[in-house]
Design a binder for this molecule. Structure first.
Ligand SMILES: C[S@@+](CC[C@H](N)C(=O)[O-])C[C@H]1O[C@@H](n2cnc3c(N)ncnc32)[C@H](O)[C@@H]1O
Length: 705
């Protein structure tokens, strides 16, 4: 089932019945009656988009880490309202087809003749439980029972996908009255049913039936072909861990084992484990050296290993390959310039594994998870849904994803472990990790710098390596995107062993506004050279800077002039405010750090003088803009080398596309003033800066298009 996502509002309403067994609940007939009406609506619009129920963190509760076999099985009649039944479980049979919306809602019955409603959320569409078939028996671990509207209307609400398990028909835990007995008897019958489901493209059912075939099989010799088939279906479903395990289980020590190694190699490739994939494909090739499919996959894998090793990418070709339907790049991640270590600022951080020169690649990382969803109303929910799905489908992901910082979210320590055959996935932890670690990414940063392309649409993604970077407003790395590839370059020379930082979000000019953003969004107080430096400035000075910046913004309408002629009087007014603002930056505090509040007025003056072809003034204000970003430039336009600003400005510079734009204006005016050499140097510096911003060498004229 396609998951088309949008956030779903919470329906929680804590009622007076909290903790009590409800005196009355809807009867089975009432439940079925209402359910049928819902099903009729569903049947009228079978392809309606399926929303995602994104967790509400204030309602967080941990996923069960117990096996159903450790829990006390209770009847539905013992469920208490608004209660998490710790230490308890229920076993129920679906007595209706599901109503499929944000979750799958079914009428269920237990072995004691009770009926109730069961709502299962957050199941991947690769799981049968995303649409609980009528007649199947499920166990719900440590269920939560909630009021659902009217006084007698309740439902069992399962948020964590691992809190519900589909029981095999032969499972001895199923109480007698719920037992149907196996629908099919022999392994052969199950295999045939699986083959049929496969033909009908019902892959989750095919996996279920192949699993039953393996369980029903009485001789080991008949199992390898079933493993081979289940491996193939798991590969289609993107369940790469299971596909690899099945493929390896299908080996028989015969030359035909090349198929097993080939499938296992493709599964390892799907997990982006190219070293493992290479090993498996090499073995496949040794067993079947002339097979063209293996040769092709092997060559592809080698190309990924080459990228991982060298950091050599054809970024322009990658960009050209992007279409609205395809943003994912088949590339390896180049991470060897960096290492993970303990940060003095917070938890883990990334460090330079060698000296890295300004402009060099720090790392290039393929997204661990990034849905092709750029709709602002859906991008976050899509990433959340993908994270949950992948953690269910590929338990090996837990090692990198679930160890990421999750904010205040409580952990039991059991997250990611396999219980009752499935990984424990706590949706609140997943959401906590998403909010603290995800990045927004345009389809391409280069395209995003075009003034004529103002859509500003961004997907949300998770890059597990990049998310280990701590924040600094004056970061020594800068990220850009080509599809789902994150490119990180050094904004200045970095020595081996130095901690690497990135800006989490564009930095706000006023220290208090900026600080609040970090505190509220990520729970930290920034200690970078800029923030620490500005803390030494008294509140009265900050208030003065705010007042003056407000005045300039109001006077100029927060716009930047184009080529139009701005009246002298207005230029003089802005100039006066800019000088006062400059005076409100104490020399002792701001020596060697950016003066962000001055960037807008200087940028405005640069543009206003450009409109009047006042080239000397354009040079002056371009240099001021650079200075205010923290770059070391002389006060006056003497002979100097703009190409040195990235390496000779200390460790407190701030890099954005506006630096590039100012360098271009500088070049233009130097040229108009006849300083050809200075113009050429400025252009070289602008090109270098544009490479930092966009991730690779690009033509500056894109900024005019
Ligand atoms: C994506 S994580 C960064 C990696 C993190 N240090 C870890 O151990 O996984 C984001 C969290 O790191 C912390 N953090 C990031 N930059 C920081 C800084 N400059 N100072 C203090 N804490 C910081 C904040 O708690 C933030 O919510």
């Amino acid at each position: 089932m396609a998951v088309d996502v949008a956030a779903v509002p919470s329906m929680v309403a804590v009622k007076s019945t909290t903790g009590a067994i409800p005196p009355r609940r809807l009867s089975k007939e009432e439940l079925v009656g209402t359910h049928k009406k819902h099903l009729e609506t569903q049947n009228n619009s079978p392809h309606a988009p399926r929303p995602v129920k994104q967790p509400i963190m204030s309602e967080a509760y941990p996923a069960s880490i117990k096996s159903i076999r450790e829990l006390e099985i209770i009847p539905l009649s013992e469920l208490r309202a608004e209660t998490h039944h710790r230490g308890k479980g229920i076993i129920v049979r679906a007595a209706s087809p599901p109503f499929v919306g944000a979750g799958a809602v079914s009428v269920v019955e237990d072995a004691f003749g009770n009926a109730d409603k069961l709502a299962i959320y957050n199941q991947a569409d690769s799981s049968i439980l995303s649409g609980v078939p009528e007649g199947c028996v499920v166990a719900v671990k440590e269920p939560y029972y909630k009021q659902n509207g009217s006084e007698d209307d309740f439902m069992i609400c399962v948020d964590h996908p691992s809190d519900v398990i589909l029981l095999r028909f032969t499972d001895s835990i199923i109480p007698e009255p719920l037992r149907l007995g196996p629908l099919l008897k022999t392994a052969e019958e199950w295999k045939n049913a699986a083959d049929q489901a496969f033909i009908e493209k019902d892959f989750p059912t095919a996996v279920f039936c192949y699993t039953e075939a393996l369980e029903a099989s009485e001789d080991d010799a008949s199992k390898p072909p079933v493993h081979t088939k289940r491996a193939g279906v798991n590969l289609i479903l993107g369940r790469y861990d299971a596909a690899k395990a099945d493929a390896l289980a299908s080996r028989t020590s015969a030359p035909q084992d090349w198929k097993a190694y080939f499938t296992a190699g493709r599964a390892a490739y799907g997990l982006c484990d190219y070293a493992e994939s290479n090993k498996l494909l090499t073995t496949a090739l040794e067993l079947n050296p002339t097979n063209a499919s293996i040769q092709k996959e092997h060559a592809r894998c080698k190309a990924r290993l080459h990228e991982e090793e060298t950091g050599e990418y054809d970024f322009a070709a990658m960009l050209a390959s992007i279409t609205p339907h395809s943003v994912h790049q088949d590339r390896g991640s180049f991470l060897r310039n960096t290492r993970v270590g303990e940060s003095a600022h917070h938890g883990r951080g990334l460090f330079a594994a060698r000296d890295i020169k300004a402009g060099e690649l720090v790392f290039v990382e393929k997204a661990t998870l990034m849905p092709n969803q750029y709709d602002p109303g859906r991008a976050s929910a899509a990433l959340y849904a993908l994270m949950v799905r992948q953690l269910c489908d590929n338990p090996s992901l837990a090692a990198s994803v679930l160890t990421l910082y999750g904010g205040e979210c409580e952990r039991t320590g059991g997250e990611g472990t396999i219980v009752d055959g499935a990984p424990v996935v706590d949706v609140f932890l997943v959401e906590g990790i998403r909010t603290k670690n995800c990045f927004s990414a345009p389809r391409s940063t280069l395209e995003d710098t075009r003034p004529s392309l103002p859509d500003g649409l961004q997907a949300r993604g998770l890059w597990v390596h990049a998310s280990l970077l701590n924040h600094s407003c004056v970061a020594n790395t800068m990220r850009s995107f080509v599809g789902d590839m994150l490119i990180s370059r050094a904004t200045r020379d970095i020595q081996a062993g130095e901690e690497l930082f990135q800006q989490y979000v564009p930095v706000k000019p006023l220290a208090d506004v900026r600080g609040k953003l970090f505190e509220e969004g990520w729970g930290f107080s920034c200690g970078c050279a800029l923030c620490a430096g500005e803390r030494a400035s008294p509140a009265a000075k900050l208030a003065r800077r705010k007042e003056l910046l407000d005045a300039v913004e109001k006077l100029c309408n927060k716009q930047i002039p184009g080529r139009e002629l701005i009246p002298d009087a207005k230029i003089r007014s802005v100039d006066k405010l800019a000088r006062q603002l400059e005076e409100a930056h104490e020399a002792a505090v701001y020596d060697g750090i950016p003066r962000l509040a001055l960037i807008y007025p200087c940028h405005w003056l640069l543009a206003a003088h450009r409109g009047r072809k006042n080239h000397g003034k354009v040079v002056k204000y371009s240099m001021k803009v650079l200075r205010n970003f923290g770059f070391r430039v002389p006060d006056e336009s003497e002979v100097w080398d703009p190409r040195d600003i990235f390496t000779g400005s200390g460790n407190a510079t701030l890099m954005t596309v506006h630096v590039v734009a100012s360098l271009r204006r500088l070049a233009e005016s130097y040229k108009a003033l006849g300083h050809e050499e200075m113009a050429a140097r400025s252009i070289e510096a602008a090109e270098f800066g544009y490479m930092l911003v966009t991730g690779f060498k690009n033509d500056l004229t894109t900024l005019d298009k």
